[in-house]
Each structure stands twice: as C-alpha cells, then as structure tokens.
Design a binder for this molecule. Structure first.
Ligand SMILES: [Zn+2]
Length: 689
C-alpha cells in the first residue's frame, strides 16, 4: 500500500492523498480482480486506472485497454494521463492515419494505454492486434460502464461487444468498470453481463458543492425572461440545458440579442466555416463566454472544474440524466447552483423521446422482410429508404439495432440477413418503455417535492448514505436565486419569440438514384434560393396560430400576414423580389393562394397564381423518405406561366422541401427569375438533439 501512496505523491506532490476508496480500488486491480466502481463525478476514476496502469507497466509489458464511449472523453483522458507521464494513444474514426504508427509503437512497447471506442472492438484490423499478440492486455477498463446496461440511460448497443471480449479474456486479467450513475438495477445488470465475480465498490453520490432549486415557469417567454434577469447574478460560467436543438438555438439567440456572451452546442452543429465545435468548447473552457446553451450532446467528457451553474430550460426525462447534467457543475469549486426551470412542454417532448427510442415492431418487420427478399448482395441504407416509408434517421437506427441484435449483419455497405432465425423481442422494449414512463413521473415528482432535492436524487440512485443536504432551496425554505422576473423583460421575450425565424436551405440534388436529364445534381440555374420560415409548427409564438388557421379556421389570420410581412420587408428589398405566387392544394385550393395574395398586397408586390395542382397527392407529412416525398410531388404541379423577375414562392408548411424544390424547378424552367421560398411554419427536425 505504501508504494501506491508514494507513487501518488511522486506524481501530484507531497500533499496528495487518496480519496476514499481509490487506493483500495487500485489494490484490487493489481491483485487481478474484476471491479465495478460506482463513484460520483469528480471522485477521480481515471486516477485509479492510470495509476494502476503505471504499476502494471513496471511489472509487465502488457498494456491497458480503455473503452470509452466518446471522442471528447478520450481526449480528456489523454490529458489526465499526460499529467501522470503515461504514453496513451487513441485509435478512432478521426485519426485512422495514426494506425500504422500506433502499431509500430505497440510493437516497440512504447505505449502504456490505448483508448478505443466500443465500435472499434468489432473492427477486423483491431481484432488482428489481439490475435497476433501485438496488443497484450494487462488491464481492461470500461469507462461509463452503465452504457452496457439497456436499463441504464446511455445504453449504447455497441457496448454489447465489450461483454463478448471480456468473456474471452483470461480470468487473471483485471477488469475495471467505472460509472457515476448506476442504481441497484443497473449494477445488477452489469454484474450479470460482466460476470458475477465482479466486486462492487460504491461511494456516496451526494454532491455537497451543489445547491439545487426548482422554479416552475410554464411558458418559454417566462423562462427566457427569468434567465436574462438573473444570469449575471449567477457565479462564474455555466450551461443551460435544453431538450431540443431548436430551443438551444432559441436560448442562444436570446442571450446574444441581449449582449450576454454565449454560444450554443448540439450534436449536428454545422461547421459553417465560422466556428467549429472545438472553438466553441475552447471559448467555454477558457471562460471567454458566460454561458453555453446545449443539448445532452454536451455531456460526458467535458471536464471543466469551475462551472458555477447549470440551468435546465426544460426538465430532462429522468433523474439519472438530471444528476449527470447538474454534476458538470461544482467539480473543483466549493459552491455551484443547479436550477431546474420546469415548463409546460417538458412532458410532451420527453414522451416523444420515450416513444421513439425503440424501432417499432412494424418497422423491424418491414426491414427484415426487405432484407430477406434481397439476400444477395443485400441492401444498402439508401435502398431501404426507397422501399420503406419511414424517416432515414429511423431506418438507420433500426438497422443498427438489428445488427446488434444479430438479426442482420453488415457486409461492406450492404445489409444481409443473418443465418439464424430471429424475431423481435417486443416484451423487453415494452418493459423498458414502461420504466421510462415511470422515471418521467418520478422526475415530475422530484420537481414538485417539498423535501430535500439532493436527498431525493441520491435515494433514487439507491445511495444508502443519502441525507438532507441543508443547502437546497427546500432545505433552506427560501429561493437561492429570486424567482421574480421583470414585466419589461417578459414583454421583450414575447416579441423575441414571435420574431424568431428560420431559414430554408435549398435542396441541391434529387433523391439518391433519381436522374433528371441524366443528372442527380439539380443544375444551379434551377435551384431555389435560401428562403425563410416564420415559425415551428404548433410552437409557442406564431406556430400555434398557423395550426389553427390550417386545420380549424381554414383561413390564416391577418396577424400572420403582418408577421410575415415584417419578416420579409427587408428580405424582399435585398433580393429584388418583384412578384409573389402561392402553392395550391387540391384539398384547400384557396387557403395558401389567398394568404399569399394578402401578403403580396402588404409587401406592395404583384400577385400571380401561376402554379396549378394537377394531381392529387398524399400529404407530404405522411411520407417519410426523400424518395417517396419526391415521387409524390414530382408530377403533381404545373406552371402555366412565369415572369422573369425574382419571385417569392409561398406555402403554408415546409417539411421535406420537395414541394418547394419541384415548384421552384418548374418556375425556373418556365423562365422565372430567382425563386425565394417562404413558409409559415416548419414541421421538420423539431425534436432533434
Ligand atoms: Zn436539501
């Protein structure tokens, strides 16, 4: 034991001491044991496996293999390994060029630890490293081990591969699995998968530095106003978590408009050349911005010890996720705030995520029968999109699920049926869905509890040492940050939400496989220009009024004409738009043209009804793949005439953009000037993260 402490002091200085349980964990690993460590964030799990690595490397040439779910996490681990003077490499999708040099250094015994993603384990070349003995494992580490359990909240199908690898490891190779968020059920599941002989080491999950408060503000306008009124009183820098990308952008724009240094962060953040994700993260890490509006994509692996606050714009779907997210604050400082703003739309969005978590039985059956009918050479993802009426993202998720389930396998770009009989286990997905619903209820209970918030969370995590924290707003029996908001700020937030618009990017090519005049790419002179959307369908602000106009009143309110004109006056000027036309439908032939006519009058432009609907089609919203949506509209419109000046092309809703693309193409073909689409509402991409 003395040797370990000395090693620690050599690295971190004479004052360094082990935290509760660290030394014991390292000792177990060095004794060749298998161990699951459940400790709160900030406890120092990586110190355990890196110090263990150092001790193992003194005795043998074997290397530590660390499985880590995210690139960002890997990079952080490399930084902390550096401090210990360890040579750590990662092989991931972004540095495949390094592959050769990594192998060379492994052969020369110059690498202490290797970090890979679970996907990498399935890679043939990587498995070759085991077989040839180039990679000799001295310690197998599974970081964020709750990802193994599909009862857990970050279940990743690829983590299943780890289980197979561990089962094949010689029994004297130590395994160290770590997590900060496992309750009894997840621990039981991890044990069942990694082997019953695994020792569980648990610490208290209470985070003393965090002060919790819940504020119920139903509308987004109220929450935006509260944030603006109080953000500058909050300590240091922080994160505002939102459930969807669109809310993330909304919060960011609001902060920006009001001069609060901020950025936003989500999974599909466009690299539009101005700032990439790394730049944004760096700005945040180096305290150059006050706040980051983020989805859960900003999660595991961003280790900033001095985060002073975490605000939730909506409540997450469960307490484990909530605990993880607030856990990013107050790691290296003595006090930080976690403020949950619970709103009216939270449950609707969370229910949507719960319902769409598993592929439906119908979709799985459609995919399976398509694969079985085309076993040779199999089907590519784009083939499925032509055969099955479902969003590509859902098809992709379903394919991945079926691969992990062993129902199909991937051969190059082709998916092929597995030899064994397979049918979906709907029982399990139903069971998990039911659990998720319960957890959402528990989250709602938490938001309404009158007793200690931290104790409530620790109790849900089965922490036997849970006790009242004494510092949350319930323990103190008063708000930590005032719940008041200024009437002026609220009015400002209300008009801000109404003026919030989105752009329509032009589609640049026909669906995969479709050729028009021999080309898949749409010629530049037939493309639509970047257009504008007033709102998100059904959203607070204008979205609700659009929904009522379309389905209840069959007439769009004058307020929408005014709002659209307000959004478009400068736009029309800037792009020299001279006339307006509307896209008719057979079901309600007058609805859009009549609106477009009023809009044209308001903008002082000419109106001409030049597009005719010649064929009844299905509602675009019912169709889910690009190919089917395109097929549905390509022959259903005709352009009778066009004017050579630039035109504003008006529709009520935009989703796939195929209606705009096809009508725009036909207008240009008939001699129109540039075509600028405008829609009252977008129903696309509403709930992405
Ligand atoms: Zn408390």
């Amino acid at each position: 034991m003395k040797e370990l402490l000395q090693e620690l002091k050599n690295t971190y200085g004479e004052e360094a001491e082990f935290r509760d349980g660290q030394e014991e964990a390292i000792q177990e690993v060095l004794n060749g044991k298998r161990l699951l460590v459940v400790q709160k964030t900030g406890w120092g799990k990586s110190l355990v496996y890196f110090l263990a690595t150092r001790m193992i490397r003194k005795r043998t040439q074997a290397v530590t293999l660390i499985i880590s779910p995210l690139l960002a996490l890997m990079n952080n681990q490399i930084v902390s390994a550096d401090k210990l003077g360890l040579q750590v490499e990662t092989i991931n999708s972004e540095n495949m060029d390094n592959w050769e040099s990594v192998i060379e250094r492994l052969e020369k015994n110059r690498i202490d630890a290797l970090i890979v993603s679970p996907e990498r384990l399935a890679n043939e070349e990587f498995q070759e490293l085991f077989r040839t003995g180039i990679l000799r494992i001295g310690l197998f580490v599974v970081d964020e081990a709750h990802c193994i359990s599909d009862w857990g909240h970050d279940f990743r199908p690829d983590y299943r591969r780890i289980v197979d690898v561990i089962r094949r490891l010689p029994s004297n190779i130590p395994v160290l699995a770590t997590t900060a968020t496992a309750n009894d059920r997840v621990i039981k599941d991890i044990k069942e998968q990694l082997g019953e002989d695994i020792i569980v080491s648990r610490g208290s999950l209470m985070r003393e530095s965090l002060q919790l408060q819940v504020i119920r503000l139903t509308t987004k306008e109220e929450r935006l106003a509260w944030i603006l009124d109080h953000i500058m009183e909050l300590p240091g820098t922080g994160i505002i978590y939102c459930l969807t990308v669109s809310d993330c952008q909304l919060v960011y724009k609001w902060l920006c408009t009001n001069g609060i240094p901020s950025r936003c962060y989500y999974a599909d953040l466009k690299n539009d050349g101005t700032e990439d994700k790394q730049t944004i993260v760096d700005l945040f890490m180096t305290n150059q911005i006050k706040v980051l509006a983020a989805t859960v994509a900003f999660g595991m692996g961003f280790d900033k010890p001095d985060i002073g606050f975490v605000i939730h714009f909506q409540k997450p779907g469960n307490l484990v996720a909530y605990y993880q997210q607030i856990g990013r604050a107050g790691r290296g400082i003595s006090r930080a705030l976690a403020i949950l703003l619970s709103g009216g739309e939270d449950n609707r969005i969370n229910n949507y995520f719960i319902e769409s978590a598993f592929p439906t039985e119908d979709l799985m059956e459609e995919v399976m029968s398509a694969v079985r009918e085309n076993p040779d050479p199999g089907l590519k993802q784009s083939d499925f999109e032509k055969l099955i009426n479902m969003k590509p993202s859902k098809i992709k998720a379903c394919l991945k699920y079926l691969v992990v389930e062993g129902a199909i396998y991937k051969d190059g770009a082709y998916y092929r049926p597995a030899a064994r009989f397979w049918k979906p286990d709907m029982e399990k997905s139903r069971e998990i869905t039911a659990i998720r619903r319960n957890e959402l209820e528990q989250m709602t209970d938490f938001a309404g509890t009158g007793s200690c918030y931290m104790k409530y969370i620790a109790g849900v995590l089965d922490d036997s040492r849970a006790k009242a924290c004494g510092t949350c707003s319930n323990c103190l029996n008063r708000p930590i940050v005032s719940e008041e908001l200024r009437q002026n700020t609220l009015l400002k937030a209300q008009s801000f939400i109404k003026e919030d618009f989105h752009e329509i990017d032009p589609r640049k090519q026909w669906p995969s496989g479709v050729l028009v005049d021999g080309k898949n790419r749409i010629p530049k002179e037939f493309l639509c220009e970047t257009g504008r959307v007033l709102s998100y369908y059904g959203d607070a602000g204008w979205g609700r009024l659009v929904a009522e106009g379309k389905y209840r009143d069959h007439h769009f309110d004058d307020q929408l004409v005014e709002a659209a004109a307000g959004l478009l006056t400068d736009f029309v000027e800037e792009h020299e738009i001279r006339w307006v036309t509307g896209i008719p439908s057979l079901r309600r032939p007058a609805l859009v043209p009549e609106f477009a006519r009023r809009l044209a009058a308001q903008l002082h432009l000419n109106y001409a009804q030049v597009i005719e609907k010649v064929k009844d089609t299905r509602c675009q919203k019912e169709l889910n793949t690009s190919f089917l949506q395109y097929e549905n509209v390509k022959d259903s419109f005709e352009v009778k005439q066009a004017f050579s000046e630039n035109v504003l092309l008006v529709d009520d809703m935009v989703d796939s953009r195929w209606t705009f693309t096809v009508c725009g193409y036909k207008l240009r073909e008939s001699g129109s000037g540039k075509v600028f689409p405008f829609a009252l509402a977008s129903s696309a991409g509403r709930d992405g993260r």
